[in-house]
Design a binder for this molecule. Structure first.
Ligand code: AMP
Length: 186
C-alpha cells in the first residue's frame, strides 16, 4: 500500500492535485471535507453538527474525522493506497493516522505540501466561491479558515518534516507544473 498526503492551507490546490494523483496511481481519495459535505447533504445528525462548525471556519472535532477515516480504511483494505486530502489537520489527527496505518502494517510514504502566499489563497477562494456553492468560500469564513490553518494545521507539516516525509512544492505554479513536481518525487 502506498499512501500519500496532500497538505496545505485552504485554496492551495489540494483537491485539484488529488484528482490527478488518484487517476495516475489508482489511489482511494479520502477527503474529509468532501465526506463532511456529503453528511450535510444527507442532513444526518453528524452533518448538521458539522455544518455549524464549518460555517464558522473552525475545525470539526478530531474524534469525528478520525472515526470517518478509520471506517474508510477498514472497508478498503485491498486498496493500492490512499490519498489523504485535507486530513490530518491537527497533530492529534496525524498521530491517530499513524497508529491506524500501523495496525494495517502500512505507513505514510510522503506528504506533498503546497506552498501558496496568503493573498493568493484569499483570491483563489473568493474566486472559487463564485461557482463552488460552498457556504464557507466567503470573505469572513476564509479568514477564519486560514487562521485555523496557522494555529492548528501548520504544525502537522513540521510533524512530517521531523519524519523526513515532507516535500514542499511551489503551489503558485501551473497545475501541470505542480503535478510534474509531485511525480518527480513518487
Ligand atoms: P475542506 O473541504 O478540506 O476545505 O474542508 C472544509 C471544512 O471541513 C474545514 O474548514 C473544516 O471545518 C472541515 N474539515 C475538513 N477536514 C477536516 C479535518 N481533517 N479536521 C477538522 N475539520 C475538517
Amino acid at each position: 500500500m502506498k499512501n500519500y498526503i496532500l497538505f496545505g492551507p485552504p485554496g492551495s490546490g489540494k483537491g485539484t492535485q488529488s484528482d490527478l494523483m488518484i487517476e495516475k496511481f489508482k489511489l482511494i481519495h479520502l477527503a474529509t471535507g468532501n465526506m463532511l459535505r456529503a453528511e450535510i447533504q444527507q442532513k444526518s445528525t453528524l452533518g448538521m453538527e458539522a455544518q455549524a462548525i464549518i460555517n464558522r471556519g473552525e475545525l470539526v472535532p478530531d474524534m469525528i474525522v478520525n472515526a470517518m477515516i478509520e471506517e474508510k480504511i477498514k472497508s478498503n483494505q485491498q486498496a493500492a493506497g490512499f490519498l489523504f486530502d485535507g486530513y490530518p489537520r491537527t497533530i492529534i489527527q496525524a498521530e491517530s493516522l499513524d497508529n491506524l496505518l500501523m495496525k494495517f502494517h502500512s505507513t505514510i510514504q510522503l506528504v506533498f505540501s503546497l506552498v501558496v502566499p496568503e493573498e493568493e489563497l484569499v483570491k483563489r477562494l473568493l474566486n472559487r466561491g463564485l461557482t463552488s456553492g460552498r457556504t464557507d468560500d466567503n470573505e469572513n469564513i476564509i479568514k477564519a479558515r486560514i487562521n485555523e490553518y496557522k494555529e492548528k494545521t501548520a504544525a502537522v507539516g513540521q510533524y512530517y518534516q521531523r519524519k523526513n516525509k515532507l516535500i514542499e512544492l511551489d503551489g503558485t505554479q501551473t497545475i501541470e507544473e505542480v503535478f510534474s513536481n509531485i511525480l518527480k518525487n513518487t
